[in-house]
Design a protein around this ligand. Structure first.
Ligand SMILES: Cc1cc2nc3c(=O)[nH]c(=O)nc-3n(C[C@H](O)[C@H](O)[C@H](O)COP(=O)(O)OP(=O)(O)OC[C@H]3O[C@@H](n4cnc5c(N)ncnc54)[C@H](O)[C@@H]3O)c2cc1C
Length: 352
């Protein structure tokens, strides 16, 4: 049952998107959220703002320019050297202070490692509701944010409302929402905000930065072509068939969850509800049944090709093309065919 919003929350307006800037790089999920934020703001008849927290310098202002290019009407910025590396304390303080001052109605963050950490502490500090890992965002007839996400192991979808607190917060995983068209406008109104903080009061210290050597390799979420294997491949050594095909067509490779549970592939290669969401132009799934938890992570692909011995496998309900055959025999033939037919130039084109 919806109750009336307490009077002191009535002046909360506008939609904000947290622009995730880390080591000079804006996470693309921020642009996907600006696309969704635009739709919500237009429905509510309010403005869309990008929020950038970062150190003084070019990268922080570039993040603001990009927020405008992806549809923001205005931008809020907290610029201080204390925000150079992500630390929960100063980021939470900066964002909660901005919210308390400028009062947004809706605040969206990417469900990345950084975004999840920050969203949780901002919501608990502001004593408001947070709906994590949403798959759909909308506003209902009375203007409340309707945040939909899977529940009960992905077998049901539930829509959650934050009725009596503000802002209404939600996180969305990368690639769940479509990337909006980038416009040419890179300017707009920027509101600079100062937050009194001193390094001595921040408990966490960054002593150095070690990049993850593997992180550049697994770019599943943003790959244009993905090949994945499932339990139907039968044994860990058969995964080389998936990797060979991926190499031949310039694709990333991934898997269904049981393969990660068996230790056949690392967790960052898992595709699905509890793994990565992908939106490639081409997705080839070999020996994957197409359970709902896998389906939600791949159904944004433009073209899905399924290889499965069981013609009644659920994957054929949403695949665009299917081969009812043994993947262990079919994959090598497909790889050979592509290797001979595809010039290195076409392979790069397919991947890019
Ligand atoms: C909370 C929760 C979260 C989950 N999250 C995820 C997730 O993120 N990602 C995910 O993938 N799963 C997830 N799952 C698991 C999901 O429910 C399925 O169990 C899983 O996706 C099944 O993996 P699979 O298709 O590889 O295996 P199976 O369901 O066992 O399917 C194997 C398929 O291979 C076919 N096959 C057999 N032999 C061959 C052959 N030689 N050639 C071709 N085809 C063959 C079979 O016909 C069958 O369709 C989750 C489950 C829960 C409860």
């Amino acid at each position: 049952m919806k109750k009336g919003l307490p009077a002191h929350f009535k002046d909360y307006r506008h939609v904000w998107v947290f622009i995730e800037l880390e080591r000079g790089h804006v996470h693309p999920v921020s642009f996907e959220l600006l696309g969704e934020g635009r739709k919500l703001a237009d429905k509510l008849g309010v403005q869309l703002a990008g929020v950038v927290l970062g150190p003084p310098g070019e990268a922080t202002w570039f993040a603001i320019a990009e927020a405008f290019a992806y549809g923001a009407d205005l931008a809020y910025i907290v610029e201080t050297p204390l925000l150079a590396d992500y630390r929960n304390e100063p980021f939470t303080k900066a964002l909660t202070d901005l919210v308390a001052t400028h009062k947004p109605e809706i605040l969206l963050l990417g469900a990345t490692t950084l975004g999840r950490d920050l969203a949780g502490s901002v919501a608990t500090t502001l004593l408001t509701g947070l709906t994590a890992d949403c798959t759909e965002l909308d506003v209902d007839a009375d203007g409340s944010l309707a945040a939909t996400r899977p529940t009960f192991g992905g077998s049901l979808l539930c829509t959650i409302y934050t009725l009596n607190c503000r802002p209404q917060m939600a996180t969305v995983r990368p690639r769940v929402m479509a990337m909006p068209q980038r416009g040419n406008n890179q300017v707009g109104r920027v509101v600079q905000h100062e937050v009194p903080m001193v390094e001595e009061e921040i408990v966490t210290k960054v002593l150095g930065f070690l990049s993850d050597g593997q992180s550049a390799k697994a770019n599943l979420a943003y790959a244009d072509v993905v090949v994945a294997g499932g339990l139907g491949l039968g044994a860990a050594e058969n995964l080389k068939l998936v990797k060979n095909l991926a190499r031949a067509i310039g694709a990333e490779y991934g898997c269904s969850r049981p393969l990660v549970q068996k230790g056949w592939m690392p967790a960052d290669r898992q595709i699905g509800q509890t793994g990565k969401t992908i939106r490639p132009k081409l997705y080839i799934a070999a020996g994957i049944s197409g359970a709902i938890q896998h389906r939600v992570g791949v159904e944004g692909a433009d073209l899905i090709i399924a290889i499965n011995t069981d013609r009644n496998a659920p994957i054929f309900d949403f695949a665009h093309l299917g081969a009812v055959t043994d993947a262990i025999r079919f994959l090598p033939s497909l790889t050979e065919l592509f290797t001979h037919r595809l010039s290195p130039h076409s392979r790069d084109k397919l991947a890019n």
